[in-house]
Design a binder for this molecule. Structure first.
Ligand SMILES: [Zn+2]
Length: 102
């Protein structure tokens, strides 16, 4: 069994499982009920993890997961159309005047 994905957000892991299962890949989730034992085991032990059974499915699984992951922020730094401030690419709102990225 090979781990292909993990995330603290269980719904996200479940989403990925559905995606892989829909593509005919057998999967299972470990630590599915982690939240109920929170505090009794080290935190790292309860991250929901998605596994595939077959080694031959791993590459395909990674491909599918990659497609579904959020894309990188568009472009680089941007210039506010309202006040002409230079704004870092990570921000969607102007730090200077609060205008949204155009
Ligand atoms: Zn601005």
């Amino acid at each position: 069994m090979i781990k292909v994905f993990e995330n603290f957000d269980f719904s996200r892991v479940g989403q990925m499982q559905s995606l892989l299962e829909a593509n005919g890949i057998k999967t299972f989730i470990r630590n599915q009920y982690g939240s109920s034992v929170m505090g009794e085991v080290p935190f790292v032990e309860v991250v929901p993890q998605l596994f595939v059974f077959e080694e031959r499915d791993v590459a395909r699984a990674h491909e599918l997961l990659k497609l579904d992951l959020p894309s990188e922020p568009e472009g680089g730094d941007w210039v506010c159309s309202a006040c002409s401030a230079d704004v870092d690419a990570n921000f969607h709102i102007c730090w200077s005047c609060g205008a949204e990225r155009g």
